[in-house]
Design a protein around this ligand. Structure first.
Ligand code: IPD
Length: 257
């Protein structure tokens, strides 16, 4: 058998994901003098040459080590798995932050198997922050075990959120903000769903929600959050909601209807 299984299997995958995320981080820290911007689903949704260069580096490195794994990447990398492991990659989560040289953009690499998310790495060089998790093994911030805030009541909750690139969906997201804002401590919009989920995991946020997230936005950060004791669910309206066990039902209720 080419690879070990059980806990060590997860550890091997995590070590690989960490190494590859750090290599991509080094690439991305060398900001280009000029950006090639290509628009995607809307004029607001774009990728730069650095998104594609980072995805290429990550995919090549992962497949060199594990040629039979599957790949799902934000910038189009797609490949079926014959090993049972599929990597879910956001080569720059927080592309708008990256373009404007704001901190918080990151490389998000998750691996899933037949039972769901198995490994997650969110690496944010500008924050000197790396979050990691293996299913059943807890969550870590720069190597130190972390836990979400719990219990927290809705009226004392600091909540992170983000907005979609589609203008019509933003109108609805604006309505949701108007409803929620008077019910909570305050709202934050940092610019990266992956880091937002990790912030819940380490107690820097009490909760996070966003509608329309893609698998690569939440694959790694969602595992970090659940391994830190948070609940992560997606409601009928497509809103992903992440918070500690006491706050989660109240946040779900506040965001429903
Ligand atoms: C985006 C960021 C942002 C969130 C968007 C995502 P990208 O990811 O996570 O915070 O609000 O929904 O699409 O496009 O920069 O990889």
């Amino acid at each position: 058998m080419p690879h070990s299984h059980g806990k060590n299997h997860g550890e091997d995958l995590l070590a690989l994901a960490l190494q590859v995320a750090r290599e991509a981080g080094e690439l991305l820290m060398k900001r280009p003098l000029a950006f090639d911007i290509s628009t995607k689903t809307s004029a607001l949704d774009f990728a730069t040459q650095m998104d594609t260069d980072s995805e290429t580096l990550i995919v090549e490195s992962l497949l060199q080590a594990r040629p039979t794994d599957g790949i799902v990447g934000e910038e189009g990398a797609s490949r079926p798995s014959t090993s049972g492991i599929t990597w879910v990659i956001d080569p720059i989560d927080g592309t708008v932050n990256y373009l404007y040289a704001l901190p918080g953009w990151n490389i998000s690499i998750g691996a899933r198997d037949g039972q769901g998310p198995l490994v997650g790495v969110v690496h944010a060089p500008t924050l000197n922050s790396t979050w990691t998790a293996i299913r059943g093994g807890g969550a870590f911030f720069n190597g130190v075990a972390i836990a979400c805030n719990d219990p927290v009541t809705l009226d004392r909750a600091l909540i992170g959120t983000g907005f979609e690139y589609d203008v019509d969906k933003r109108i609805e997201q604006g309505r949701v903000v108007a409803h929620l804002l008077p019910l909570i401590r305050d709202l934050r919009r940092m610019g990266s769903a992956a880091v937002d989920l990790c912030y819940v995991a380490m107690g820097a946020f009490d909760g996070f929600y966003e509608s329309g997230l893609k698998e690569w936005d939440s694959a790694a950060g969602g595992l970090v959050a659940t391994e830190a004791g948070a609940l992560v669910t997606t409601n009928e309206a497509g809103i992903t909601i992440c918070a500690g066990p006491a706050l989660h039902p109240a946040l779900v209720e506040a965001l429903t209807g």
